[in-house]
Design a protein around this ligand. Sequence first.
Ligand code: ADP
Ligand code: GN1
Ligand code: MG
Length: 365
Amino acid sequence: MKNCLSLVNNAINNFQVKGTPRGCAPYGNGHINDSFRLVCEMEDGTQIAYIVQAVNQNVFKNAREVMDNIEKVTDHLKKKISDPRGVLTLVPTYNGNSYYVDKENALWRVYLFVEDSMCFDIPEKTEDFYECGVAFGRFQRDLTDFPAEELFEVIPKFHDTVKRYNDFLKAVEEDKVGRAASVKEEIAFIKERADFYGVLADANKRGELPIRVTHNDTKTNNTLLDAKTHKALCVIDLDTVMPGYSVTDFGDAIRFGANTAAEDEKDLTKVSFDIGMFTAFADGFLTGCDGQLLNSEIMLMPEGAKMMTIECGMRFLTDYLQGDTYFRVKYPEHNLVRCHTQLKLVSDMEKNWETMKQIVSKYCK
Ligand code: ADP
Ligand code: GN1
Ligand code: MG
């Protein structure tokens, strides 16, 4: 483990962290921020751990507003959740702020490390995925009475798939790094489904899909489960909390967790849509939501799943076409490999469409 105390030292000196810093290492598998686990030693020899993060200001142009949203949401959740491990806790700076901007203009924040917790980069059991669903469902339930319009739209039109599609078309047209000719099939696959991209916005206009407070990045590694019992504990990674649709939160989780392989699996024979995992997550999510969703929203959950999957596929391909400037890549074809897994999942979902609709219909009141 690389000790990166010197890297974070300057930043953490500004925060009300307790004890003496003893060790620090990169932590987790996020694509966006730089996260470190910092361990401090108290005078009595006990240890206290923190998550120290440098927020990616390339992605989050309004990092201060991101922090403002996180403060509002965690304050609201703390009124409802008594378990200290059930909500993220920001450690303030000595000035009482929730973040610190260093000389290089990096924005730092510190959370208490949620002890005895774990998260799944890829959930294997339906029971575990169910618990992730419970966590995101409760998050939805507990924020139902929070006025969504008070939240800053930190990445405007983040899950506006029509806009994402137009951005994709522009990237194809511009072909900045000369890759378009090599991905004709993928481009055609995305273009063939152009009629689909507006269905959630249309349902919203008809009053069937209300704007709510949503998380917008509902991968399983953004929920913490109890390390021993694997019961839902806490929703993390609140950077993209914004007004949005419940079904996109549901759908993004399915896109990620109902895949039988990793998001960047190269062997597509390993990648398929697992309907058992879909069922488990739907059950957990709707249990957690506790009756807050309209029947019309419940019936749009399959659309949410397909929308988030094809949207993510086109985002990966867009980034590939633009020369990999957004998502962190480990090798030149990484974004293309990710795109392929998403498109394979979309095809599988289309084959399972009627079953998906039947499964969610059982939850309508
Ligand atoms: P990113 O936006 O880069 O995904 P996250 O906020 O999700 O960043 O953090 C990355 C990882 O760090 C998470 O997947 C989780 O494993 C871990 N993590 C983040 N916050 C905490 C916390 N407060 N307690 C324990 N682990 C955490
Ligand atoms: C990014 O931060 P992380 O790794 O949880 C991305 C999501 C994508 C996801 C794909 C702010 O999430 O929208 O679905 O990668 N977050 C942002 O893995 O763009
Ligand atoms: Mg994350």
